[in-house]
Design a protein around this ligand. Structure first.
Ligand code: GTP
Length: 199
């Protein structure tokens, strides 16, 4: 059964998760000024989950308007650390600074997904997962960033749970897929209900 789904994301792991689930989809990266949207919402004191949801919707809408009849999936993940919204680190020093600040403490990842069809949202979900970092040593964190920078530069928390990043954590309260950036279980439930995938 072919699905008429477009993933409006440049995230390799999101595409990998859908592919590994046997879901057929195309990919189109939306050209959305995420920083401008994030700044405007932060100025309006929007909550992190609302920011992730709004960004996911904008990415889906950007493609949906020109993909008649297709289900377009937009996603966005933000990291909330003690009420502060952190973004993907721009360089290894920033990654080390971020990980050092978060070590020994809890933070929250919010993974939003919105499906639009013909320019209208028809489904949305924000997955939340809380993670407790170990009190790793300065030496380990520095070596971790040096060893893994080429990979973790693509991840909002400067870690990849499915790689060495798992060693940074002592507890994770929530769904593994939400850490990687996609509320996959909720998405599959919706697609199955819509008859878009066999069950
Ligand atoms: N592989 C992996 N990726 C992670 C992990 N944690 C966060 N990420 C990724 O961090 C990125 C968060 O940035 P976003 O702005 O949501 O997405 P993006 O990668 O910029 O891609 P777009 O959807 O095109 O915006 C996503 O690609 C997540 O999949 C993890 O543990 N493993």
């Amino acid at each position: 059964m072919s699905t008429h789904i477009i993933l409006a994301s440049g995230s390799a792991i999101r595409a990998q998760l859908l592919r590994q689930a046997g879901i057929e989809f195309g990919v189109e990266r939306p050209d959305v000024d995420e920083e401008a949207i994030k700044t405007e919402l932060l100025n309006r004191n929007a909550a992190p989950r609302d920011i992730a949801d709004a960004l996911a919707e904008q990415k889906a809408l950007k493609i949906s308007g020109k993909a008649t009849g297709m289900m377009v999936l937009g996603c966005d993940q933000v990291l909330d650390f003690e009420g502060k919204l952190l973004s993907k680190p721009e360089n290894p020093d920033q990654a080390l600074e971020q990980l050092t600040a978060m070590r020994g403490k809890w933070h929250t990842l919010l993974s939003a997904a919105v499906i639009c069809r013909d320019g209208k949202p028809i489904w949305r979900h924000v997955g939340q997962v809380r993670l407790q970092m170990r009190d790793s040593s300065d030496a380990y964190l520095s070596d971790y960033v040096t060893r893994n920078w080429d990979s973790i530069c693509h991840a909002v928390g400067a870690y990849k749970l499915e790689e060495e990043g798992v060693r940074l954590f002592s507890a994770i309260d929530g769904d593994y897929f939400n850490v990687l950036g996609l509320p996959l279980m909720e998405l599959i439930n919706f697609l199955a209900l819509q008859g878009m995938i066999e069950q």
